[in-house]
Design a protein around this ligand. Structure first.
Ligand code: AMP
Length: 684
């Protein structure tokens, strides 16, 4: 049998990356066309270490925003809808065409230039899910400046940390965010608090005033400006800025990962590789072919998923993107997603498995989907993509049956795996159009079969392998560390923002520079499908928000009586996981959980709230080299939740004192049989 086109394209991309990606680069407009697709070289670090590095399209120059906006207007697609905003939380809807987007972005870029932002500067965007956010990000990129989007709603100290790290010339913000049905959350205390806390002085803060909650005074003397007033004034004067091309290897944006040490890592996304990689993925994996196609990505623009598939990739394709300000349930109910799919004739829908779990809980029989589907309202759906965490086979199977039977017969649920570092999916099942021109719906190549529980097969340019702890490649079907061969595909990062040393230490050192460490563990099966089973370290995924145990422990440690703490994920029906803390205080006060959650809210945000806490002396097991064995505590906790207190747990040979594990076992049993855990279990 001839190879499937997905496998064929993949083989070509890893056997001859230069040829493959040179062809992909031709799909975009360059200010200076690159003569070479990729170059490998050696980076010498200040510490004396050297490692292999790679550059995509080294002599090319590009403007991402020209390719996302102006190119389409010049090609006669100015009247096509670029952005649909749907905000059940504010009762608003809006459509913005490519021509209107061009006008807005060029004007805001002109304003930002007058406010002192120039090529190469960084600008923090701390905004909710409104069109001004996308316009703001694009205006920064239009100037050749680098944006660093910080999830709106992060606490003042989390924002201050990111201000300190990225040293922005300006901050774009709004008067408030609206989180679900909870009403407006004023941003003023967070933004002003962060600016006060950070030693870096931000010159300008532009505030987008929303009617739901206004920023009462705009302190001009402190650099604050009313965004809309500046725009009106610029419009009157005809102020606009044109696209500023940058070198392919220059930064387009910084995105901060959760990290494991408490300090977030600033992943630097390079302009040229990003545009080429995303342009391939949107057409090749997500089945969005161009003007007229509609993509709805239900994520936050603060996460990499939002950067890539709410904003950049759909616009690179000239398609329509849906920007949604709401929640899967409660705004107003579990039919919201399906209403949007029907109302805007969405072709590709992308969300996180946690969102589907929430929908399933509210509407276990999927009445909402079926009602719309039976009237034919979901026939244009091509697929439902899931990522952000592992999708359990049951959720894939359930929604796969649903979309096929009640949506569109050819649609399916596609789990795909990627990260902030990769910028675009590393695995998936490709929806490959037969040609790249506009075709009717059925003219897609028959995709590879999905396997629930697997995140699909590698995407072009991602040379995925599994290795043991020494970096030796493992055979098919064996669990191990998931790594990537060099070079990382063009959408992937090549370093951390101003920190080559940390890049090497975090991603290359573990396997002596031979492989890029993804931090994930899993296996590749006999058919070449990748199964991502868990994180090698202990990042906790709460409702698709990734929180590091290190940052949570650090916040808990701000309670002066805490000397030792280990945080592990506890399974939670709604959120996937919630953090759970083990402490060693002999006489924990009864309000300990409340105190710790207050600290977490302050340092990280309410999303980090603990699901529970166990405190007893000597219950945190360690290796002989002093590493906390969180995995052991996690297993004990999971067994405790099941009532299996005596079940054997996997204790490594390197444990310092096995008696500590037994003490922890007793504490877990006490917690679930007579402590707070008993009440918690009763509620489940
Ligand atoms: P982030 O950089 O915050 O987007 O998180 C990336 C991490 O999320 C990956 O390294 C995985 O641990 C996890 N992840 C994302 N998508 C999947 C998936 N489809 N299956 C399993 N884990 C996933």
């Amino acid at each position: 049998m001839p190879p499937h086109p997905q496998d064929e394209a993949y083989d070509l991309s890893v056997k001859d990356p230069s040829k493959f990606w040179a062809h992909q680069a031709q799909q975009l407009t360059w200010h200076t066309t690159p003569t070479t697709a990729f170059r490998k070289s050696t980076r010498k670090l200040a510490s004396g270490t050297s490692h292999s590095t790679w550059t995509w399209f080294p002599d090319g120059e590009i403007s991402t925003t020209y390719n996302c906006i102006d190119r389409h207007v010049e090609n006669g697609h100015g009247d096509q809808t670029a952005i649909i905003w749907d905000s059940p939380v504010s009762g608003s809807k809006q459509k913005i065409s490519y021509s209107e987007l061009q006008e807005e972005v060029a004007t805001l870029a002109g304003v930002l230039r007058e406010q002192g932002v120039k090529k190469g500067d960084t600008v923090i965007v701390y905004m909710p899910m409104i069109p001004a956010t996308l316009i703001g990000i694009l205006a920064v990129a239009r100037l050749g400046a680098i944006h660093a989007v910080v999830f709106g709603g992060f606490s003042a100290s989390s924002l201050a940390q990111r201000i300190e790290a990225s040293q922005p010339a300006a901050i774009l913000t709004a008067s408030c965010g609206i989180e679900g049905a909870k009403g407006p959350i004023p941003y003023q205390p967070m933004v002003r608090g962060a600016i006060e806390q950070s030693p870096h002085k931000v010159a300008k803060t532009l505030v987008w005033q929303r009617e739901q909650s206004q920023w009462e005074d705009i302190r001009k003397e402190e650099g604050e400006r009313d965004w809309k007033t500046l725009m009106e004034d610029a419009r009157k004067r005809g102020v606009k800025a044109d696209n500023v091309p940058v070198k392919s290897g220059d930064g387009l944006y910084i995105i901060y990962t959760s990290g494991t040490t408490g300090l977030p890592k600033g992943v630097l996304r390079e302009a040229g590789g990003h545009a080429v990689g995303l342009n391939l993925s949107i057409r090749y994996l997500f089945g969005i072919r161009g003007p007229g196609d509609v993509m709805f990505t239900a994520s936050d623009v603060g996460w990499v998923v939002g950067h890539s598939y709410i904003l950049y990739a759909p616009l690179l394709a000239g398609a329509t993107t849906v920007l949604f300000e709401g929640k899967p349930v409660g705004t107003p109910d579990a039919s919201t997603f399906w209403r949007i799919l029907e109302e805007y004739k969405v072709n590709t829908f992308f969300t996180a498995p946690t969102a589907l779990r929430a929908v399933r809980k509210e509407d276990p029989e999927n009445k909402h989907f079926k009602t719309r589907g039976e009237k034919g309202g979901l026939r244009q759906l091509r697929s439902l993509f899931l990522a952000g965490e592992r999708s359990e086979p049951s959720i894939v199977t359930m929604y796969n049956d649903l979309v096929k039977q009640h949506g569109a017969p050819n649609a399916q649920v596609i789990d795909h795996w990627w990260s902030s570092e990769s910028g675009s999916p590393m695995t998936g099942i490709a929806l490959l159009p037969k040609t790249t021109s506009n075709l009717s719906d059925h003219e897609f190549v028959e995709p590879l079969k999905i396997k629930p529980g697997s995140a699909g097969k590698p995407m072009p340019g991602f040379d995925i392998r599994t290795v043991d702890d020494e970096g030796k490649e493992l055979s098919k079907g064996t669990m191990g560390n998931i790594v990537l061969g060099i070079p990382f595909a063009p959408s992937g990062f090549t370093t951390l923002w101003r920190d080559d040393e940390r890049f090497y230490k975090s991603y290359l050192k573990r396997f002596n520079g031979e492989w890029i460490d993804t931090g994930d563990a899993g296996m590749i099966d006999e058919d070449g499908y990748v199964h991502v089973m868990s994180r090698s370290d202990d990042v906790i995924n709460v409702a698709a928000h990734r929180l590091s145990t290190g940052a949570i422990e650090q916040a808990i440690g701000s309670n002066p009586s805490v000397t030792e703490v280990a945080v592990v994920p506890m399974p939670d029906q709604m959120k996937g996981h919630v953090p759970f803390a083990f402490l060693t205080l002999p006489d924990a006060p009864s309000d300990l959980l409340k105190d710790l959650n207050g600290r977490l809210r302050h340092h990280i945000g309410p999303i980090a709230s603990l699901g529970g806490v166990i405190s007893a002396p000597g219950i945190i097991p360690k290796t002989r080299s002093g590493k906390t064995l969180r995995r052991v505590l996690k297993e004990l906790l999971e067994n405790g939740l099941e009532g299996e207190f005596g079940k054997e747990v996997n204790v490594p040979a390197t444990v310092e004192d096995p008696a500590v594990v037994e003490k922890a076992r007793v504490a877990v049993k006490d917690y679930f049989t007579s402590g707070d855990g008993k009440k918690m279990k009763a509620k489940l």
